[in-house]
Design a protein around this ligand. Structure first.
Ligand SMILES: [Zn+2]
Length: 500
């Protein structure tokens, strides 16, 4: 049986059952002794067995099959999602897709389920420009998950549904692409699926309806337009979000002194204790905005973290650099951790803390050889450096990023600052391409571990891990925000040992 790139394993199994004339997927699996429950949980062994049975490509099938981790948590490739992100108890379809692909109630196996139809925040069909509909509820969930049997049963009902026209939004398009193809490197991409979809919707609600609007009581069509609105902002990254939040404080009739009142439903939602650890990276961005723009009394919790009672740095004169940091002030400017004032003095950036400066010193003492000239490493490599590295293996920036499980932007930063050794190698790659030497990559990995690598090893979502590490006071490599998080390996080892 043909497998479409967007079809989850559960749908393929259900169609196979219908094609073989079985009354239900349960009966079909009973007859051929197929492990139905493991398949619906997305277990690899069962998916392998199904690929053999259907004669289709295993990796294509695995790519779009959701793994149930228990306790309302799900995994899709490297994506993490929660119960709220899915339509679990009802099947949703595009009535027009069914009309065009299923000629009669007797041929439900002709229609493969689309993975994207399962996601709550995707509400329309791009091909037909109409809203998806949820099939009538079933008493038993085992019936509701048998896709082909449900189509057969509700065929007449589906044909009777009025078509509600709706434009497929860029927000839905983003989610669909991400579900089917994978994610990129922007803020949105680094947030987990359930965080992204809800964040866009709730931010859009606040933008559209103001600070008094509540989270409840909106129609599906409203949520669809909220999602599109919030996406327009969040796709611009942390700065765009911060600009948007700053604009809210300037709206007429809003008491701009208190972040809770300014942000309304957006703050209520972010404060909610029912949100998992994976929301922490988003909270982190909003929290930083709050500490930068509002004066919060000491001890007051800002999205779970107590305020230190400092006036916002925008209003306050930044602390001055001392000692090692002062001697290396120029380097801190190059690193994006300090800036030069109009009068020529160098001050740390608003987000830089004394802890971060301590981390910077530790790292600089660890890499004494490159002291003072790190910004020129790439340029120098044209000469002696390139010759020296000539016999060495090279990796492209993106291959190094993949290996370290960090963004390409982060690798470029590490190269520019001498933490990784890069050379311009036109003879190896496109002209002007910088490549990373394998030796420096190995050396770097010996001392450091990225959050991405750690999440792979620990099999936990990145957001949860980064929060635990922060609570345990494990220092990050000193870098500006917007780059991937990297830790000292020895610190992480100490932390892991203490945990056990
Ligand atoms: Zn359609």
């Amino acid at each position: 049986m043909r497998h479409d790139a967007f079809e989850p394993a559960s749908s393929l199994l259900s169609r196979l059952a219908a094609r073989n004339g079985a009354g239900s997927v349960q009966r079909f699996c009973g007859d051929i002794a197929f492990p139905i429950d493991p398949l619906f949980r997305g277990e690899k062994v069962a998916i392998e067995q199904l690929a053999q049975l259907a004669g289709c490509d295993l990796s294509a099938l695995e790519r779009v099959s959701i793994r149930h981790l228990g306790k309302g948590h799900f995994r899709l490739r490297d994506e993490f999602a929660s119960l709220q992100s899915f339509q679990r108890t009802r099947i949703r379809v595009c009535p027009e897709c069914i009309r065009s692909e299923m000629p009669s109630a007797a041929e439900p196996w002709r229609v493969p389920r689309r993975l994207q139809w399962k996601f709550s925040s995707i509400r329309s069909c791009p091909e037909h420009g109409c809203m998806l509909v949820s099939l009538p509820p079933e008493k038993f969930s085992k019936d509701a998950r048998d896709f082909s049997a449900q189509l057969r049963k509700h065929y007449g009902w589906i044909l009777d549904q009025p078509v509600i026209y709706a434009d497929h939004s860029p927000f839905e398009e983003y989610l669909t692409n991400r579900i089917l193809k994978g994610r990129g490197e922007r803020l949105l991409d680094r947030l987990e699926l359930n965080v992204v979809s809800r964040a866009c919707e709730v931010l859009g609600l606040r933008i559209a309806k103001g600070s008094d609007a509540s989270l409840a009581g909106h129609r599906e069509a409203d949520w669809m337009s909220f999602g599109a609105l919030g996406y327009e902002v969040l796709k611009g990254g942390p700065l765009a979000l911060s600009d948007c939040l700053a604009a809210m404080a300037r709206e007429d009739g809003v008491d701009g002194r208190f972040f809770g009142r300014v942000f309304g439903a957006w703050a209520t939602w972010l404060k909610s204790l029912s949100l998992g650890d994976e929301f922490e990276p988003l909270r982190d961005v909003v929290r930083r905005h709050i500490f930068d723009h509002f004066s919060v009394r000491r001890g007051v919790l800002v999205l779970g973290v107590p305020s230190e009672g400092m006036a916002s740095p925008n209003a306050q004169k930044p602390f001055s650099l001392k000692g090692f940091a002062k001697r290396n002030a120029e380097d801190l400017v190059r690193r994006g951790l300090a800036k030069r004032n109009a009068d020529g003095s160098i001050v740390p950036m608003g987000f830089v803390t004394q802890r971060m400066l301590a981390a910077y010193e530790r790292e600089r003492r660890f890499f004494p050889a490159r002291k003072g000239s790190r910004a020129k490493v790439v340029v120098e490599a044209h000469g002696a450096g390139a010759a020296e590295a000539a016999g060495e293996a090279h990796l492209s920036i993106s291959a190094a990023a993949q290996g370290l499980r960090v963004t390409a932007k982060t690798v470029v930063y590490l190269v520019e600052n001498g933490l990784l050794y890069g050379v311009d190698a036109p003879e190896l790659y496109r002209r002007g391409t910088t490549v990373v030497t394998a030796g420096s990559l190995a050396q770097f990995r010996g001392s450091f571990i990225s959050l991405g690598e750690l999440a792979d090893v620990a099999r936990r979502p990145q957001g949860a891990l980064s929060m635990r590490l922060r609570n345990a006071d494990v220092a990050l490599l000193a870098m500006p925000y917007g780059l991937s998080r990297i830790y000292w390996r020895e610190d992480v080892d100490t932390y892991v040992a203490a945990e056990q």
